[in-house]
Design a protein around this ligand. Structure first.
Ligand SMILES: Cc1cc2nc3c(=O)[nH]c(=O)nc-3n(C[C@H](O)[C@H](O)[C@H](O)COP(=O)(O)O)c2cc1C
Length: 209
């Protein structure tokens, strides 16, 4: 009898607003004993600290996640890759990553993925997901959007990615920023094929407050 294989997912964090979506997604996956290959762009690192505080550095991320989301995040494992290392494991289709999410995704990285540029590990790993026909979830954040940005989303969708904009819903009557982040992380987990209880299923009517 073979042991069940740990699922491995690549998560990329880029320099768009919405770092809370990234940390919530990481915590939810780690809590499900997933192995994460993490890549954070230079501006992704900046946005983690700008939006979440000085403790939210890549080096300190495990401890940040455990403090914010509890020790259940220790169920999973995480390997941090350099965005400059195009020889990293996830740069190859032979690596067994079952899917990837770019959360949040800047318009710059969106453009790079849309045009197959592979200028860094995030763009290359996304390109690998597309060519291998594995799930690629792109969580763009910008407003308003220019025509090139809209076209880049169409290109990604046509290539097989799921474009999942950072647009939390309000019919769940969110009370906190964490409620909004739970909703987006839940959508991302669903898109990657994970079950979760990050938000209640729609029952046909708004829950009473
Ligand atoms: C505080 C701050 C907020 C930003 N927010 C966004 C954003 O929401 N969306 C976006 O596309 N770019 C945003 N940017 C610009 C990107 O960080 C910039 O284009 C960067 O080159 C993206 O590089 P990366 O994709 O390698 O992370 C922001 C930059 C800063 C400093």
């Amino acid at each position: 009898m073979s042991a069940e294989r740990t699922r491995s997912v690549a998560i990329a964090v880029t320099g768009a607003s919405g770092a809370i979506y990234a940390v919530r997604t990481l915590a939810a996956l780690l809590s499900q004993s997933v192995h994460i290959e993490l890549v954070v762009s230079d501006y992704g690192k900046r946005l983690l600290r700008d939006e979440l505080g000085d403790h939210a550095t890549v080096e300190n991320l495990r401890s940040y996640l455990a403090t914010k989301y509890g020790r259940r995040v220790e169920a999973g494992t995480m390997n941090v890759q350099s965005n400059r290392d195009l020889g990293a494991t996830i740069a190859s289709g032979s690596h067994g990553c079952s899917g990837m999410a770019i959360v949040p995704c800047s318009m710059k990285t969106l453009a790079g993925v849309a045009h197959g540029l592979s200028r860094n590990l995030i763009e290359r790993a996304a390109d690998v997901m597309l060519k291998e026909k594995r799930p690629l979830v792109i969580v763009p954040r910008e407003t308003p959007m220019s025509l090139p940005q809209l076209k880049n989303m169409v290109l990604c969708a046509e290539a097989g990615a799921m474009v999942l904009p950072a647009m939390p819903a309000f019919y769940q009557l969110p009370k906190t920023l964490d409620d909004l982040a739970d909703f987006m992380a839940g959508k991302i987990l669903s898109a990657l094929g994970f079950e979760h209880d990050l938000y209640p299923a729609w029952t046909g009517r708004v829950a009473s407050s």
